[in-house]
Design a protein around this ligand. Structure first.
Ligand code: NAD
Length: 494
């Protein structure tokens, strides 16, 4: 059985996809290399996409540099109007975007059309609106001088993206930069370039000037590093693994240019004995099935009070058992495949590593999908438990799995949460809100959530600390101001 695609989705997937530079689909300058984009739900090729190198990056940065002056000199209201037109266009094409995102990542279509795409569109409007209200001049009260801080855009900003939330991460990162008057050169993940390229086309259709948004497709080594090293790129943003993020930050430090890195995580959830166990079980089962557990901030270390451990395990297990696994485009699918065979091998490899390291297998589901989709990259959810020394408690797996540990005291729970260098997001579940707030402040990360996990809104800053990130995070007014370069103007007065 196959799922019907909209005509526009089909036609977008027909031709080999190219870079989008200066408002045009552009072949690679030097190479004839292509990357196959695979549908994770079927394991079949969807389309080919060109694979570029530093020459294509040079072309794209040149286009972005040429577009910068006029884009930065139109008023914030004019930029906001163009971005609002883009938001309207994205809304009009929501179903195409949802299909492309679902096909590319293997994401359940209910999530793509009900959350990912609408939430990303909201981001465009959020920053368009902020741009019209922002404070670009700030007078300073200093004796003996007339002084102010003037905020201006940086110029060409570079962006490198991972494959798990291509559309939302694109919006969260490029929208504040564009709204502030910068131009953009972006590299989508080579596995999932579809919605990023489609957005470039739509931006051009609504009249965003040529060169303001450019996309170069290719590998991290050939294209990603060429963006970071290009002398005309004035600011970098990287979202991806901690290991690559450290290299990017070091490269930016050499130049030096400001750099925002949003990296991996190994989130913890602490469930106290007075928690609403139904809610905790629903939230945490959801945390590992949403996007098939390929969520940087999700909770994969479940630290459960010993008195409610069995009750929690039984409830969470029955929710996982009832979760419908299937092809991304099937309306009834709640959890699709993981993104690639490599990712499937990694996630199943961790199951073996965890067991070899002494873990107990608490639950493993069934992910058999038959027929046309049997070659998809499906992985059943699994739960391991035991000692916090286990590799599966310590390392990011990025799949539908969690590791359970029992605790008895608040101090013990906190010390387990804070035992790793990751610092992206944690949560605490209890009906005692005083305790929740106390623990929330003591968990070392960028985000602490109470009686819920994976909480997002525009205006709620989101970012990581330590091994999970550096440089300011996303989704808040601060993110917008990050893309404005502060310049002090001062005149001594007699
Ligand atoms: P990755 O680090 O392997 O790749 C991310 C991007 O970097 C890709 O576009 C890749 O081509 C590029 N890249 C790889 N090597 C490069 C190099 N040497 N120079 C320049 N670019 C290079 O990550 P991934 O596997 O695509 O994504 C999964 C990771 O992303 C997970 O660790 C996840 O936690 C993290 N992530 C973090 C956030 C966040 O907001 N903190 C959000 C989503 C994903």
């Amino acid at each position: 059985m196959s799922y019907s695609l909209l005509t526009e989705t089909e036609s977008f997937l027909k031709a080999p996809l190219k870079h989008f530079i200066a408002g045009q689909w552009t072949s690679s300058v030097a190479s004839e290399n292509f990357i196959d984009v695979i549908d994770p739900s079927s394991g079949q090729k969807l389309v080919s996409v060109v694979s570029g190198d530093s020459k294509d990056v040079d072309l794209a940065v040149g286009a972005a540099d040429a577009a910068f002056q006029s884009w930065s000199e139109i008023t914030a209201d004019e930029r906001a109007e163009l971005l609002s037109k883009l938001a309207n266009k994205l809304e009009e094409k929501l179903d195409v975007l949802a299909q492309l995102e679902s096909l590319d990542v293997g994401k359940a279509i209910v999530n793509a059309s009900g959350f990912d795409i609408p939430f990303g569109i909201e981001c465009v409007r959020y920053y368009a609106n902020l741009a019209t209200q922002a404070n670009y001049e700030h007078a300073l009260e200093i004796d003996g001088m007339e002084a102010r801080v003037h905020r201006a855009p940086y110029g060409v900003c570079g962006f490198i993206f991972p494959w798990n939330f291509p559309f939302d991460l694109l919006m969260w990162n490029i929208m504040p930069a564009l709204a502030a008057g910068n131009t953009v050169v972006l590299k989508p993940a080579e596995l999932t370039p579809l919605t990023s390229l489609y957005v470039c086309q739509l931006a051009s259709e609504v009249g965003i000037p040529d060169g303001v948004i450019n996309a170069v497709v290719g590998t991290g080594r050939a294209v990603g590093s060429a963006i970071v090293e290009h002398p005309k790129v004035r600011r970098m943003s990287f979202t991806g693994s901690s290991s690559v993020g450290k290299q990017i930050a070091a490269m930016c430090g050499e130049r030096p240019i400001p750099c925002k890195i949003e990296l991996g995580g190994k989130g913890a959830a602490v469930v106290f004995d007075d928690a609403d166990i139904n809610n905790a079980a629903e939230q945490l089962a959801g945390a590992i099935t949403l996007n098939t557990g390929q969520v940087c901030c999700t909770a994969t270390r479940w630290i459960i009070h010993e008195k409610v451990y069995e009750e929690f395990l039984s409830k969470v297990t029955s929710i996982l058992k009832a979760t419908q696994i299937g092809p991304g485009l099937a309306e009834e699918t709640q959890m699709g495949p993981v993104v690639s065979q490599v990712q499937k091998d990694t996630v199943l490899g961790y199951l073996d590593k965890g067991l070899n390291d002494g873990a107990t297998l608490l639950y493993q589901g069934d992910a058999n999908v038959s027929g046309a989709y049997e070659k998809g990259f499906y992985v059943a959810p699994y739960l391991l438990g035991g000692s916090a020394d286990n590799v599966c408690f310590k390392e990011e797996i990025f799949g539908p799995s969690a590791y359970l540990v029992k605790f008895s005291t608040e101090e013990e729970a906190l010390s387990l949460v804070n035992s790793l260098d990751y610092g992206l997001a944690n949560s605490v579940f209890s009906q005692d809100l005083t305790r929740c707030n106390r623990i929330a402040e003591k968990m070392i990360s960028g985000n602490s959530w109470i009686n819920a996990h994976n909480v997002f809104a525009y205006g709620l800053p989101y970012g990581g600390v330590n091994k999970s990130g550096l440089g300011g995070g996303v989704n808040s007014p601060e993110t917008f101001y990050d893309y404005l370069r502060p310049l002090t103007v001062a005149r001594p007065i007699a």
